[in-house]
Design a protein around this ligand. Structure first.
Ligand SMILES: [Zn+2]
Length: 463
């Protein structure tokens, strides 16, 4: 073969193989195997699909970024459009679930409005598989683990508050893979109230933990509302809110990690040997460095408007009836020093106050929270090393199932939790610990406590 012919052949091969790759990428987003399964939209995700019999399909959950080295427990999320459903109906088995709890997924006819399947349409086949029966009434349906909340949903919501004079929007940097702005909302009134305190909140570190986005909408709507609650909150506080910490993970349809399969939650890497480790180390993930360098470092050093509360919003797989819960740290009594006891008391008081505004539908905290968080690099660990008991830094987990109600919870109940948070923040006197309630008092919790310190710590380490 002449050299020139060889080059042409090589070029042809190169173009051919590239075009094949493009086709297979597109095909991966839409697979037809009797039915068609489409994930070609934001937060779309499904793994391997096989037809088991005439009317039963198996749909495996996908690992984040198809990375099989990630723990099984990370597999929670899917969102898939199913097309060409016959009028006789079909059964879909969602399998390789990373958690053993029975639950009811959601569906949508238009990809926008979602609701739960009836409980009778869902059965648990084994601890990692549920089967959903589709009646065939609709020939195409979107089906997801729970109510999706994408970066587009956030943008739509954010655009609805942009013109509010109490809201300032800035960018902390662009996400490393999809180049999406990681935004900071600053909400307060224009008054230069010298007593204003700062509240730090961030959400969606774990990509598909959607409950927290609805909590934030409920909270932000309340802060911006016309009544006395909104007016008081804007007068007393400066809210610094990062609604979407991990937009790459959200866009890619991941459950927990970013585009590099990093669990950002435990990577707030700082130097423990220095007294006030304000800045994260270079080895920390870029998303964490954006938040830290461009917002949290300023917030934590602000002596005029000191930060008093830092909320880290998450969502958790759980038993059907587990309500939303917090991870409080340390505990009462002599196992802890006075600062540790003081943080514990502040956290229990805040949890009690939130519960009192949420009809008691918060998990009663254990008798002791432990200090497991000190062994890793959560944002709460960073706050503790910098401010000890001065900042109540705590994680709130919404749950996806019934959460203390007698029905499957929807965005409405999550938004109501945001309203309860607003009330609790307004009713907390962060400066006067002597105003605190008795931290042993459990009367505001509707359900008996079901989690021990050990269970809670184990969940926290893996949350
Ligand atoms: Zn989480």
């Amino acid at each position: 073969m002449k050299k020139e012919q060889f080059l042409w052949l090589f070029l042809f091969f190169l173009i051919y193989s590239c075009s094949q790759e493009t086709i297979s990428e597109q095909e991966n987003k839409k697979i037809c195997n009797g039915l068609c399964f489409n994930t070609d939209f934001e937060s779309g995700s499904i793994g391997k699909i096989s037809k088991l019999s005439q009317d039963v399909w198996s749909l495996e959950l996908k690992n984040d970024n198809d990375n099989s080295s990630l723990p099984d427990s990370y597999r929670t999320w899917w969102n898939v459009k199913v097309e060409y459903i016959p009028s006789s109906g079909v059964k879909l088995r969602f399998t390789k679930l990373g958690f053993p709890y029975f639950f009811v997924p959601v569906f949508s006819i238009n990809g926008k409005d979602w609701k739960h399947f009836p409980e009778s349409a869902v059965k648990q086949i084994d601890p990692t598989t549920i089967e959903v029966s589709l009646s065939g009434e609709q020939s195409s349906l979107w089906i997801a683990r729970t109510f999706p909340y994408t970066t587009k949903d956030y943008t739509e919501y954010r655009n609805s508050i942009t013109t509010n004079p109490n809201v300032k929007i800035s960018s902390l940097g662009n996400s490393p893979f999809k180049n999406t702005s990681i935004e900071l909302l600053t909400i307060t009134n224009a008054n230069q109230n010298p007593d204003k305190k700062t509240i730090w909140i961030h959400a969606r570190t774990h990509a598909a933990e959607v409950g927290s986005s609805y909590v934030l909408e409920g909270l932000i709507n309340t802060i911006l509302s016309d009544g006395s609650l909104g007016t008081d909150l804007r007068q007393k506080y400066i809210f610094k809110i990062v609604p979407m910490h991990n937009p790459d993970g959200i866009i890619l349809g991941n459950y927990r990690t970013n585009s590099a399969s990093i669990n950002l939650e435990s990577q707030w890497l700082f130097d423990r040997t220095i007294l006030h480790p304000i800045y994260l180390q270079d080895t920390a993930p870029v998303e964490n460095k954006f938040l830290n360098k461009n917002a949290m470092s300023t917030v934590i050093e602000d002596e005029v408007h000191p930060v008093v509360l830092a909320l880290n919003l998450h969502s958790s797989n759980s038993d059907i009836n587990t309500p939303a819960f917090f991870f409080p740290h340390f505990g009462p009594g002599n196992n802890y020093d006075s600062q540790q006891q003081n943080l514990w008391n502040k956290q229990i008081n805040f949890i009690q106050t939130v519960a009192s505004f949420y009809d008691g539908r918060i998990e009663a905290p254990p008798a002791d929270g432990g200090n497991g968080f000190l062994n890793t690099y959560f944002p709460e660990t960073w706050f503790w090393y910098n401010k000890k008991d001065v900042v109540n830094a705590i994680t709130l987990e919404t749950t996806y199932s019934k959460a203390g109600y007698d029905y499957w919870v929807t965005p409405k109940e999550w938004k109501q939790l945001g309203v309860a948070l607003a009330h609790a923040i307004n009713n907390s006197n962060f400066n006067k610990p002597n105003m605190m309630k008795d931290s042993e008092d459990r009367s505001m919790f509707k359900l008996p406590s079901t989690m021990t310190k050990e269970q809670l710590q184990k969940m926290e380490i893996n949350h």
